[in-house]
Design a protein around this ligand. Structure first.
Ligand code: ZN
Length: 425
């Protein structure tokens, strides 16, 4: 009897000790995991997010999670704008992937992403890359293309300051970036659709802004709205409104259009120039490609709540890492197809190096506000002595447009980069 009692006592004691030990190990493991998360995301913050020291005054990464503050004063007063604990990291990432707008609404209301858990459970993973379908491997994939700038004629391109006009000994050169970006986007769209992708462009016609009309039409409407509200239009010239008001609104509209489409990935198409060769009246011998992804925030770029939310998104999801990966494939294709080298300068202006040469973290409107994977490409120098001649010729007809062979090669390079990115997933 005594021995039985002793046995149960020992057994109970043993169980209790084992349970306590398990709890202690569990807590230690959670603690170790949280420390690991803190270190990992602190490292990412330092490398890709923090474009200057003041940015850290808005963020706190601890063993508990990540806190965002609306201002450095709020951080000092320990008054948080949003707190995401590590336990909710997976839900937050899933929410950003499927319902980013909802993630922002919850952020504004200071609610945890767990609130959306039941909604997330109903979402099916979208159909993706189909390697077995050799003819149409991109069926089910949505791709947004943003052809940079807006000009539909040389006059508007001059106002934008994005044009090349040179009198060479044997040839008159005259084209503008908006035009060749539009043509590249059209050819790329045509080729991607041929492989099954669903493609949207942020501009509906050459010369159109993201608002679906030309800048001139937008400007006239803008002035009329001012007049209707009995506001002064003194000094609001076409040039002035373009620089002070329109440009930012057009970029925001591009972001809205892309986010409404909810693409799997986005490519922003620009062409590069030799910065030291401005105002680009003479050709340069230099020729380089470069690409941008999000991150590299400056302190002055954290004044709005939406921007601070975007910082949290870029920090805690892998969208930045995937964007770097896509951009690396695009740059590799620029090198192999265009035979133009990547600009591997470790410190590109207003940017942070990502560790992948030629891919820079820069907090541009598009790289910050567009959800998902994005590559902001700047291929070749338009003012290069060979490139300006090649881009000036329009010897090809493809996808219903007349363009240059060089533009088709640039579109092919983007296409190859996108396909290689998907092949590696
Ligand atoms: Zn550009």
């Amino acid at each position: 009897m005594v021995s039985h009692w002793l046995n149960s006592f020992c057994c109970a004691n043993y169980l209790r000790a084992a349970l306590l030990w398990l709890l202690a190990v569990g807590a230690a493991m959670a603690q170790t995991n949280n420390e690991y998360l803190r270190e990992t995301y602190q490292q990412k913050f330092n490398q890709l997010i923090e474009g200057e020291t003041g940015v850290a005054d808005y963020v706190q990464i601890s063993n508990k999670g990540v806190t965002i503050y609306a201002s450095p004063a709020d951080k000092k007063a320990n008054k948080s704008e949003y707190f995401l604990e590590w336990d909710n990291l997976a839900v937050f990432r899933a929410l950003i992937r499927h319902k980013p707008q909802l993630a922002y609404e919850l952020y504004q209301k200071k609610k945890t992403p767990e609130t959306a858990l039941s909604l997330l459970q109903k979402i099916k993973e979208p159909f993706g890359w189909n390697a077995n379908d050799l003819l149409r491997p991109l069926v089910g994939i949505k791709i947004a293309i943003d052809p940079g700038h807006i000009a539909g004629n040389m006059e508007t391109a001059r106002m934008e300051g994005k044009y090349i006009q040179m009198d060479l000994d044997d040839e008159k050169i005259g084209f503008y970036e908006s035009e060749i970006a539009w043509e590249t986007a059209q050819v790329l769209k045509y080729k991607l659709e041929g492989l099954g992708a669903q493609v949207m462009l942020t501009r509906s016609a050459p010369g159109n802004t993201a608002f679906g009309i030309t800048y001139k039409a937008w400007y006239d409407r803008y002035l009329q709205q001012k007049k209707d509200k009995k506001e002064s239009i003194k000094g609001l010239t076409e040039d002035r409104v373009f620089g002070t008001t329109f440009r930012v609104m057009d970029l925001l509209e591009r972001c809205n259009n892309i986010n409404l489409f909810q693409p799997d990935l986005t490519v922003v198409i620009h062409y590069n120039v030799d910065g030291g060769n401005a105002p680009w009246r003479q050709p340069t011998k230099k020729n380089y490609n470069v690409a941008f992804v999000g991150g590299g925030f400056l302190e002055s770029e954290l004044k709005n709540q939406d921007d601070r939310f975007q910082l949290l998104r870029l920090l805690l999801t892998d969208e930045l890492e995937k964007s770097i990966e896509l951009s690396r494939y695009v740059l590799d294709s620029f090198e192999s197809i265009l035979k133009v080298p990547t600009d591997k300068s470790p410190y590109y202006g207003n940017s942070l190096p990502t560790g992948t040469p030629g891919v820079n973290s820069r907090n541009l409107t598009l790289t910050r506000k567009v959800y998902g994977i994005i590559c902001y490409g700047e291929s070749l120098y338009q003012d290069n002595e060979q490139e300006c001649r090649a881009l000036n010729r329009k010897e090809e007809i493809i996808a219903g447009i007349r363009t240059s062979k060089r533009v088709v090669e640039v579109a092919d390079a983007y296409l190859e980069g996108i396909l290689n990115f998907y092949r590696a997933q």
